[in-house]
Design a binder for this molecule. Structure first.
Ligand SMILES: [Zn+2]
Length: 226
């Protein structure tokens, strides 16, 4: 069993001391290249639908070069994610991740690029089918489970923990631990407790069943089928 905390600072932090998977940040590296190529393209004679202008050969060459960078970046990312998820699914019977609100995070412009780059949603998707292939299970912690704010030593919950604070310091038992390691430990412990107490597991990744009143006044999360 392993708890996996997906993050922006690091791609993934693990509960069992396995070395942290760094965020590859391929896109950040490629971004400078892409910016330069885009300027080159802008200076050349491109196609114009209104005037029927055909692109110049030089424009086409520059455009192809930019596409190659995009393509290579996508491949590098895919490769890194597959390697991570494959080794996890092979080595562990149960993998616990958080149900990150990926689409919500993508709506936050400040987070969007890094989140999309790290491929959080993709990691979970791959883990889901690869654990199945290997006879394991992927457990998804409830979206409102305070994995970062809970002390992995004494279970005390810290009410506030801004993202910039990288160390978890417990006021109750004095535990001092890397924030993400603490979260990974909580995720692993969550399933240990769950399994001990038995009961149906939510194997479905979309386990966002927050207990909302059945009257339908579900607040902002309630969706109207349209
Ligand atoms: Zn504590």
């Amino acid at each position: 069993m392993i708890g996996v905390d997906l993050g922006i600072k690091h791609l993934a932090v693990f509960s069992d001391g396995r070395p942290t998977a760094e965020n590859p940040k391929h896109y950040d590296t490629a971004r400078r290249k892409l910016g330069r190529l885009s300027r080159t393209i802008a200076r050349r004679l491109g196609p114009d639908r209104r005037t029927g202008q055909q692109p110049s050969k030089r424009w086409q060459r520059a455009d192809a070069a930019r596409n190659r960078v995009h393509y290579r970046t996508a491949n590098l990312r895919r490769d890194a994610l597959h390697k991570l998820t494959t080794s996890l699914a092979r080595e562990y019977g149960t993998i616990v991740v958080e149900d990150l609100n990926v689409s919500g995070m993508l709506r936050n412009r400040r987070l969007a690029r890094v989140v999309a780059d790290a491929g959080f949603g993709e990691i979970r998707r791959q883990l889901a089918y690869k654990t199945r292939w290997n006879g394991g299970t992927l457990e998804v912690a409830d979206r409102w489970f305070p994995s970062s704010k809970t002390c992995s030593g004494c279970q005390a919950v810290t009410p506030k923990l801004p993202l910039r604070i990288r160390m978890y310091v417990c006021d109750h038992c004095g535990l001092v631990l890397d924030r993400d390691e603490n979260a990974a430990l909580n995720l692993a412990a969550l399933v240990k407790r769950h399994v001990a107490g038995s009961g149906p597991e939510t194997e479905n990744g979309r386990g966002a069943d927050r207990k909302t009143p059945s009257c339908g006044a579900g607040g902002i999360e309630a969706s109207t089928p349209h």
